[in-house]
Each structure stands twice: as structure tokens, then as C-alpha cells.
Write a new protein. Structure first.
Length: 375
């Protein structure tokens, strides 16, 4: 709901697409800068306590913003500051949540749990905007911000009642943070399954999820749709993602498959290209649904692969690198998609994003093949 209300409010205050995009850039930039440091903290301390801290901090930040909106005192720089602070908190929160899952369910059910987590996320992505639209229409944006703030309180209360499985981890208390980061990066580099997965996550995470840049422009300029048409297209993608998460959950007992890591990204790139070529509204929605389906199949499998193959004492650092390349690369991907769309059009934007995924995956295959032959 806040993800709908915040850009609407920011654009209402500024009437500037650039200032609107700046909020998104600043919200994700902290992940580029601080993710590796966050991994060290996560490996040293209780993930449950970290999550209580991050969720409480998020509650305070969103409550301040809600009060500013409610009082009519909110200004653009308030939104910019709050988005940046939430980005800093999320840098610690996201990898903590990802690596916390195994302490809730254990290794045997990890892949299923990650898939179910994706299902919940995508249900929220389908329902949340619809609820936000109704609430904003009848009661104004301030209610969305208050509801978001209250939701953090519910999570904090829930965390206190969660009992985790014991996970043994070796903590080095006498080492420096930089040394811990280097140790984590060396650990990933020495294990091919971790390194290759991280590389593919970087490729897909950078160039696939640029829908917030591409879909609005494509809907308006190519398909001649209004806001409602844009919203329905995003629901198509959300539904595809939801079905993809359910599909992965059914395969969880057999563990993550290599085909989802190395072949599915090519399919995601292909459907991005098909979306760019499409001129029919329903066909575009179907292509976006397939893109969402295969994107979730990939991301859930990659997440599971990293967690199942990382030792307990390194899992926080491994997942912080996952967050860095998956979410932290968002500003890079948005810039790439935005510049191409601005220079040409949204068709070329979709085609360029799909094409570079396919090209980089082929280069990775060639590199891996040469490495195997040299070994």
C-alpha cells in the first residue's frame, strides 16, 4: 500500500518524473553501499533480535511520515529522507529475513518455505495496490501510511512469539569487519555453485525487474492505456509470479534444479523480448504473466541454492551478497532501462533488457565451458 501511496504523493508534490525516480534510486542505493557490512553483522548476532530492531525502526520511520502527511506538513525532502532511511534499514532487514527462514523450518523444508514466502509476497503485490487505490480514493494517502506503520507493529509482536530451530554457527569475535567481508567473499569465490549462482542473480536481478520503469511507459505510449490499464498489466505479472511460486513449492522436496538457475533466465529474457514486440493489450499481459512466472521460479531456486550450500557461519554474508546483486543492482537496471526507453521507446527498452540477459548468459556458459576444459 505504501509503495502505491508514496510515489503518488511524491509526484503530486513535485510534478517531476525525475524527482519521483530519485526516491527509488535513494531507497535502493544503501544496499549497494552497505550490504557487505550487513552480512558480517547478521553472522555475528541473533537474526531474530536483528529483525526486531529493523522492524521497530521501520515502524518509527513510517509513523513519522504518516504523521507528517496527516498534519499536512509533508514536503518532498521528507519523503526523500524517509525513503533513504528505510533503504538503510532494509539493507540489514532483507538478508536477515532471507537467512532467518532456515532457522524457522530447517534445511529439509527450506525450498518450500522460500517458495511460500514468494507466494505471500506476490499475493500482497496483487491485493495491496487494489486496497491502496480504494483507500486513497475514499480516505486519502495518509491512511495508507498509517496502515503500513501498524503492520510493522504486528510483525514485531509476532517475532517475540517465534521459536527458532537451533543453528550452530562459529563466531569469530576478534576479527575486523573488513576481514570478515573478505573471508565471506573468498568463501563464495572458492565454491563454484555459490559463485555461479551469484553471477546469474546479478544478471537477472539487474536487467529483468525493471517493470516500474518500462510497463507504465509501454502501457501509455504503445498500448494507449490509462492508469487502470497499467494496473491490470501489473496484476497479470503478479498473478504469473504467484503461480510460479506455487509451482516451485510443489517441487521443493527434490531440491533446487540447475535448469532453473541456468536455463530459465534465457526464457525470462525471451519473454521480455516478446513483450516488447507485442502490440495487443491481452497478449502483453500474458507475456508479462509468463515473465513473472519464470522470474519467480528462478529467484526462489537461486535463493534456495545459496542457503542450502552455505555453511551456517557464512549464510548471513552469502545472503547479504545475494541482496546486493539482486536488489542493490536495481538502480543500475532502472538507469539502463530508463536511458534506452527515453532515447528510443518502451519497445526497445523491453527488447534491450531481454537481449542483454540472453547475451550475458551465453557468455557465462562459454566461460564455464572453457574453465571446465582448462581444469
Amino acid at each position: 500500500m505504501q509503495n502505491i501511496a508514496q510515489p503518488w504523493l511524491a509526484y503530486s508534490l513535485t510534478d517531476s518524473p525525475f524527482l519521483l525516480s530519485l526516491i527509488g534510486i535513494l531507497q535502493f542505493t544503501p544496499m549497494l553501499i552497505f550490504s557487505l557490512f550487513a552480512g558480517v553483522i547478521i553472522d555475528k548476532f541473533s537474526k531474530k533480535k536483528i529483525l526486531i530492531f529493523t522492524q521497530t525502526t521501520s515502524l518509527i520511520i513510517t509513523l513519522i511520515l504518516a504523521i507528517l502527511v496527516w498534519s499536512g506538513q509533508v514536503q518532498y525532502w521528507h519523503i526523500l529522507l524517509m525513503a533513504t532511511l528505510l533503504g538503510i534499514v532494509n539493507t540489514l532487514d532483507m538478508p536477515s529475513r532471507q537467512s532467518f527462514i532456515i532457522e524457522l523450518v530447517g534445511k529439509e523444508d527450506l525450498m518450500n518455505a522460500i517458495a511460500l514466502n514468494s507466494m505471500v509476497f506476490n499475493v500482497a503485490r496483487i491485493i495491496g495496490p487494489a486496497i491502496a487505490g480504494i483507500v486513497m480514493g475514499y480516505y486519502g494517502v495518509k491512511v495508507c501510511f498509517f496502515v503500513n506503520s501498524i503492520s510493522f507493529a504486528a510483525v514485531v509482536v509476532g517475532l517475540f512469539f517465534i521459536k527458532t530451530k537451533e543453528v550452530e554457527r562459529k563466531v569469530k569475535s576478534d576479527t575486523k569487519i573488513i576481514d570478515e567481508i573478505k573471508d565471506g567473499l573468498k568463501y563464495i569465490y572458492k565454491h563454484n555453485i555459490l559463485l555461479n549462482t551469484i553471477i546469474v542473480v546479478f544478471i537477472v536481478g539487474t536487467f529483468a525487474p525493471n517493470f516500474s520503469v518500462l510497463v507504465p511507459v509501454f502501457a501509455k505510449e504503445i498500448l494507449n492505456q490509462n492508469e487502470a490499464g497499467f494496473g491490470i498489466l501489473m496484476s497479470f505479472m503478479g498473478m504469473g509470479s504467484f503461480i510460479g511460486a506455487m509451482f516451485i513449492a510443489t517441487l521443493s522436496k527434490s531440491g533446487p534444479k540447475k535448469i532453473f538457475i541456468y536455463v530459465v533466465p534465457l526464457i525470462v529474457g525471451g519473454f521480455l523480448i516478446f513483450t516488447g514486440i507485442s502490440s495487443a493489450y491481452i497478449l502483453t499481459g500474458i507475456f508479462l504473466a509468463f515473465t513473472g512466472f519464470f522470474f519467480i521460479c528462478f529467484s526462489s531456486s537461486a535463493n534456495s541454492t545459496l542457503q542450502l550450500n552455505a555453511r551456517n557461519e557464512y549464510r548471513g554474508r552469502v545472503m547479504s551478497v545475494y541482496t546486493l546483486v539482486f536488489a542493490g543492482s536495481t538502480p543500475i537496471g532502472n538507469f539502463y532501462a530508463g536511458v534506452i526507453t527515453e532515447t528510443f521507446d518502451a519497445r526497445i527498452g523491453f527488447i534491450a533488457c531481454g537481449s542483454i540477459i540472453i547475451m550475458l548468459m551465453i557468455l557465462l556458459f562459454i566461460f564455464r565451458l572453457k574453465r571446465r576444459r582448462s581444469d
